[in-house]
Ligand binder design. Sequence first.
Ligand code: GLV
Length: 343
Amino acid sequence: MPPRRHQHQQQPPRVYVTRKLPGDALQTLAKSCQVTLNSRPEPPTRKELLKNVRGKDAILCMLSDRIDAQVMDAAGPSLKIISSYSTGFEHIDVAEATRRGIYVTYTSDILAEATADLTFALLLACARNVVQGDRMVREGRWKVGWTPDLLLGQQVHGSTIGIIGLGRIGTAVARRAGGFGMRILYYSRNRNEKAEAETGATYSDLDGLLAQSDFVSIHTSMNDASRHMINRSSLRKMKKTAYLINTARGAIVDERDLALALEEGWIAGAGLDVFEKEPLPKASPLVRMEKNVVLLPHIGSASRQTREKMAQAAVKSILDVLVVGGGRGEPEPAFCVNQIRRR
Ligand code: GLV
C-alpha cells in the first residue's frame, strides 16, 4: 500500500493518551493538541482502547497496551504516529504501522542509568539478604542482636557478573560493576568493543558466561530470538551459588523453569523486576519463595527524573510529527523506530 498523504490540519490534532504521566509533558501536549486521556490508574481495556483511538492523529501508549492492526483500523486513516512511553516496543506491530505509513517512536535509552541503578538494587538485595533482613526486624524476629552468622550472604566485591546484552543499559550496569570491583563478562549478539574498552568487560559465549558468573543479569531486548533464552538447560549451566537478575523483559526467562530451578536449588536465588505475565499472579510459585527471591513491580526506570524525561520525549515525538511537521511527518520525529517514506 502506498504511504498515505497527510492533509493540512485545520482542527488541533487529536491525541489519545492511555495513562497519566509524571511531570508536565501532557500539559505541553495539550497546548497544541486536543488530548483524550485515560485518567484512571489502570490501562484502558481493549474495548476502551478501540473506542478511544477512533479518529485520532496520534496514540501515546504504554508497554501494557497492545497496538496491532485492529487498533490501527479502529483509529482510521488519520493516525500518523504511535508514540510509546517505553524503551521496549514489542507491544506494537511495527511492520503493520510501517506498511500504513504510521511512525512508531519510543523513549530510546533515556532509562539506561535508572534501570542500571535498579539492577544493582536487586543484585545487592539478593546477595546481602536486604529484604529478608528488613522483614526480620519489622516482624520482631531479630531476637539476639548482633550475631556472627546472621543472614550471611554472597560477597559482591570480587565476584563475577555476567551481563547478557551490552547495549546502553548493560554498559551502565558494567560501569557500576566496575565500581564494585567485580569481574565483568558479557554475552551479546554483536561484540561491543567500545563498551569493552570503557568498562573492562570481557566477551564470552553464553555457556561460558552462565558457568562462570556469580550474578547473571539480563539486558537484552525482547524478540523471537531472546524469548525463553534462559530456560531449563541454561539454568542448569549456572553455578549453584549464582543469582539471576532480570530487569529486561519477563519472557526472556522461562518462568516455570526458573521456579523449578529455585525450588530444586540449581541456583541460589533471583531478583526479578519483570515477569511473563504482569502483574505477577499471586498464585505464582515465585511469590512463596521469600528467602531467595526478591520481586519488584516493573519499576526499573521509575526514578522521578527519568520518567519525566521519558514523558517529554514521548510528547516531543508527537509534536514533531503533528505540529512541527504540520501532520506531514517532516522532519522525522526523534527516537523513530521505523522508516516511513514520504511523497
Ligand atoms: C520499560 O520496561 C520500558 O521498556 O520502558
